[in-house]
Design a binder for this molecule. Sequence first.
Ligand SMILES: [Zn+2]
Length: 490
Amino acid sequence: MDNYNSRARELRRRRRRRRVIRNRIIFACVVILLVVGIVFLVKWLSSGSSETPKDTSAPAANATEATGTSAEAGTTQAAAGADWQAVLAEADIHCKQYNYDKAIELVKGVNGYEGIPELSDAISRYEAEKAKAVPYDKMSEITHVFYHTLVIDGSVTFHLSDAKKVKDYNQVMTTIDEFNKITQEMYDRGYVLVDIHDIAHLETQPDGTQKMVWGTIYLPEGKTPFVLSQDDVSYYEYMEGDGFANRLVIDENGSITNEIDQADGSVVTGSYDMVPLVEDFIREHPDFSYRGARGIIALTGYNGILGYRTAPKYGDPSDSSYKPEYAKYNVDEERQKATAVAARMQELGWRFASHSWGHKDYGALSFEKLQTDAQKWEDQVEPLLGGNIDTIIFPFGADLGEGSWRGYDHSDSIQQKYKYLDGLGFDYYCPVDGSQYWTQMKDGYFRQGRRNLDGIRMWWAVSGYKDTLSDLFDANKVFDKTRPTPVENL
Ligand SMILES: [Zn+2]
């Protein structure tokens, strides 16, 4: 009996224990469900409330709020995050290009930037970089280098059957391979591309007159500013088929690139000349450009500009130099395309210069002939560039006459030519000069000598005759092996 009673008690105890366990499981499930529910509720509430401050930032966010679904509120939040990240990426480039104030201003333009750690960190970083930049103290010693249209493949261009052309190209041209090596080495040595307008600019005086004054360039120690230009970016008729690009175009991303017309009628697109190559380089190395500066492109007008046949003769069978094959050109269309490319280049920071209309020596030309040529450039070329071109890059490295290096008041005939060109709006004058730098500042103008980084200069260095390039790069590492040697000075 005792035994029976104790077994019955044991069974009751076990049943009770099972009931307790079951109740505990049910309770635990309820608690878990409650916790999950609360978490979801809190998440939903917080996504709703964080929407509020962002709504003031953009009309698009307000529009989303009006439709009122939480899914769209989430999208807005993501978009706002992407927005400040895009601003930060842009500001970082401005900082790398030594435009610290612009970088700081951009970040401070983001609503609630103080509350975003990445943005307040960026401002401290930009301020620290700004503190390292000092005014460049050798403004009158800034060098200016220039190229002609680049040779794509020396084994083609330097081995054409026309010996006269080969000599000419070998002397004054530079290959893409040489250009890339020079650019890389100048970058490695701390050279930074500046705009000629960063060096000097016209300033209005208290009496209302204008005077050319030095600018201020802020760079960290160890950086050296330089100006870049390229002459005759016309892709002249005489160069067709000689292994150069045929024109500059705008690609689907709004970048500037080249086209090469192939013999079979197809077109190859890519970076085959200086402008797109510099764009590629700056994309990789933003700190190669001071505040977005690019180079100066010097243009004549007798064929057209940038590879477009914009000169009147292409559309005028009564013109004495008209050829039947010009019938393929629609000159209005050529001009529209040239205008679009030039405008996009200017947006990117490129500047344009007159290289005279007919590639004329302005020093040797009579005043009357200079007037005629300069006026043709004003009428036919400047409008394609949006007007207001203020720079002359003299063909043949010439200037306005014998002794003009002393100043444009050196003789009456020089003064007369200068006054005329000044009246057309030219304030920057660039001859060619072999020395490392040559500048001249006068009240009415700024002059800067340019150095040709071409076959003859590199040959001088490589052959041991004289090295005028060693401050920029080592010619022995650069000189293209496809060049016939010796390179002759024509
Ligand atoms: Zn030229």
